[in-house]
Design a protein around this ligand. Structure first.
Ligand code: DC
Length: 677
């Protein structure tokens, strides 16, 4: 019995570095090319997954020396310049399409080989015929057990080592063509032409470019056929860096679409303009509302502005269509995905599998799963989004999604399940056989979990002009927190109370005036950070009005009154819920009693200090007249909620530290607190 994995929705924005593995397509191509090279090549950033392990094991069983170090993602392979040591071997390719096709063509280079090849049930049904026919025409024999010509697995392959002029029907899979292109340089005078066209052209392009990287550029002639002008063994590479998998990256481009407003996920080494055609997914995502920021080989993906519907042709990067198909259920309009006929013959019939599971979630699609079942030629999918339908389908608990041994089904629905559909963190999707991601991305669900952040409450206490506001705002900006300045709360109240004629010396007048105040919150932007500001009667006071000499002189006295503190305490605590409801990664609240009274269980508690001189100078530099020391004295000696360094708080003297240094130091505490537990 396979296990199921219940996906826990993200209630905080996804943040952090996505651990994207190396590209499967590049790793398996590089293995073949390096095996055919003269000398030793070291891969860095290599993928270790079921499909690459199958190819590594096969090469080892053929007599190649391959040493793999999973911990450092490196593989060393000793190429033999086109020679295959063992001319007899039994090879099982599992359901690895690349290994199946690439190895079959590779084995044809053996002058007198006899190999037994087989694959999983699913692989037996996948296209091989075009390749076997091409090799047979060149003199190989691919035979079934009864001695008749084979069209797919299992078969025995009897080889001559000669290729000549090959002609291949690669209409069902571009891998059939890629397999032949990679062996082309090893056979002088060989050429490959295509019967008709192929799918997923960017993968053919990837193959050709990699042949060039290994020293044997291919040429495409005017008639469309491929040749290698200078034939011979490939050139070994001292090191060859495998790009991170662009298809795998698509899940992390999509994740911020479903996890809160302030998501920020980094994909390191993401190479737009690299070898992988699937980077084109970024364009579709952008058209749908993604916020993508590429910089120096890194892609930062932030919360999408929307998930917009549209009509998209995925023919050239079809592995990523499933990523869009699942989140399309949350879009603001129908999503049509075209050009995916060939994916009906991949790990599974992907169009039918996706349709079946979306219908299981109550989503309307055209064509329907029933129509797809009876018509194998249907090649598109239109998804009609409806959150209400999803909620209905999951009203009795998580819906179990079947994955059909298809890693991409599991990962795509894992992203959809990360959406907080009910708004209360209740899981609504369970993935059957999550281990199927092992094909290309064994640690996918771990990598997803690593981006889940804990909601973090940060308290910043300290005296007047100790740097609380600039530090807190910067922290808010860098860590996606909501900033709350409680000093401004006391200032706002003081101003309103003075205007109402109340006086700190007459607590009864203050109490009476407080009873008439109506307070609320509004989110404003200050120095790039989002702050929640206190409104009075729906009005937001001017920043300058809160720092008048009158307010400065009265605020500490007013703030010492128990009635004022009680009045604000629940309001200040309610800011935490506001931050969480608004999708912030946490809250940073500054004041005098935050870590001691307002949020005594805050995950990160800071007490800022600075020399009295330094603080007086800071205020003067701001052009303010503010009796810093007097206020500190009053704030620290009052009976109710005096300013203290809270127990267990980090005490930080910033007299001789730059803002950046202080923010970096506190940032480390925040990062640890935000780590998923
Ligand atoms: O942070 P600030 O200087 O703007 O604060 C103004 C006054 O508000 C401060 O002198 C005392 C009072 N205050 C308080 O009593 N408790 C807080 N948590 C924050 C400010």
């Amino acid at each position: 019995m396979s296990q199921t994995l219940v996906i826990r929705p993200f209630q905080t924005p996804a943040r952090g570095v996505a651990q994207v593995p190396g590209s499967k397509s590049i790793t398996n191509r590089a293995l073949i090319l390096a095996a055919l090279a003269d000398g030793s090549t070291l891969f860095t950033g290599a993928l270790f997954s079921r499909d690459t392990r199958i190819l590594i094991a096969a090469l080892q069983s053929l007599g190649f020396e391959v040493t793999a170090d999973e911990a450092s993602c490196t593989i060393r392979i000793a190429g033999l310049g086109g020679r295959i040591p063992n001319d007899r071997a039994k090879i099982h390719v599992g359901n690895a399409g690349t290994a199946a096709r690439f190895l079959t063509a590779f084995l044809a280079l053996a002058p007198n080989g006899c190999y037994e090849l087989d694959g999983d049930e699913a692989m037996r049904a996948r296209p091989m015929r075009g390749l076997l026919d091409a090799l047979t025409a060149a003199g190989c024999r691919a035979l079934q057990a009864d001695g008749t010509p084979a069209t797919g697995f299992p078969f025995s392959l009897h080889t001559t080592g000669k290729l000549g002029r090959l002609e291949v029907d690669a209409s069902a899979s571009s891998q059939l063509l890629s397999a032949l292109l990679m062996v082309l340089p090893l056979s002088a005078g060989a050429s490959v032409s295509m019967k008709g066209s192929t799918v997923s052209e960017p993968f053919v392009e990837m193959t050709a470019r990699m042949c060039g990287q290994f020293g044997r550029p291919l040429e495409r002639l005017a008639d469309g056929s491929w040749t290698c002008p200078i034939s011979g063994a490939y050139a070994a590479q001292p090191t060859y860096a495998i790009e991170p998998d662009a298809t795998a990256a698509s899940y992390f481009i999509a994740l911020p679409a479903v996890t809160g407003h302030r998501a920020s996920v980094r994909i390191e080494g993401y190479a737009d303009g690299g070898l992988q055609g699937d980077t084109a997914f970024a364009k579709v995502a952008t058209a749908c509302g993604a916020t993508l920021k590429p910089a120096n080989g890194t892609l930062i993906t932030e919360s999408w502005s929307a998930i917009r519907g549209g009509d998209f042709d995925f023919n050239a990067f079809s592995d990523t269509f499933l990523t869009l198909a699942t989140i399309a259920t949350l879009a603001d309009g129908p999503v049509k995905i075209r050009g995916i006929a060939h994916t009906r013959k991949q790990e599974t019939d992907r169009v039918l599998a996706m349709a079946t599971e979306l219908e299981r979630l109550g989503i309307k699609i055209t064509p329907t799963a029933a129509e797809l079942r009876t018509d194998e030629t249907l090649s598109s999918l239109t998804i009609f989004p409806s959150k209400a339908a999803l909620r209905r389908a999951a009203s009795d608990g998580p819906v179990k999604i079947h994955t059909y041994e298809d890693h991409r089904m599991a990962m795509s629905f894992g992203i959809l399940g990360s959406f907080d559909l009910f708004g209360d963190g209740r899981p609504w999707i369970a993935i059957e056989d999550p281990a199927c991601t092992g094909k290309t991305f064994p640690h996918f669900f771990k990598a997803l979990e690593a981006l889940r952040t804990n909601f973090v409450r940060v308290s910043v206490d300290g005296g007047a002009a100790s740097g609380k506001s600039s530090t807190s705002r910067r922290l808010a900006l860098l860590h996606g927190l909501l900033h709350v300045d409680t000093g401004a709360h006391y200032r706002s109240l003081t101003r309103a109370l003075l205007l109402a004629g109340a006086s700190a010396d007459d607590p009864a007048s203050v109490k009476a005036a407080l009873g008439k105040l109506r307070i609320g919150s509004r989110i404003i932007v200050r120095q790039g950070a989002r702050s929640s500001a206190l409104t009075l009667g729906g009005e937001l006071p001017d920043d300058a009005d809160l720092r008048t000499p009158e307010v400065n002189a009265a605020v500490s006295k007013i703030a010492a009154l128990p009635s004022v503190r009680t009045f604000l305490l629940e309001y200040q605590r309610s800011q935490v819920k506001l931050a969480s409801d608004q999708g912030f990664a946490g809250v940073v609240m500054e004041g005098r009693d935050i870590g001691s009274v307002v949020l005594p269980d805050a995950e990160v508690r800071i007490f800022l200090e600075a020399d009295a001189d330094a603080r007086a100078q800071r205020r003067a530099a701001e052009g303010q007249f503010d009796q810093v020391s007097q206020r500190d004295h009053l704030d620290a000696t009052r009976k109710t909620a005096p300013m203290i360094c809270p127990a267990g708080a980090h005490r930080l003297d910033n007299t001789h530290k730059s803002l950046q240094e202080v923010v970096a130091e506190i940032g480390e505490y925040i990062k640890v607190a935000a780590l998923p537990r």
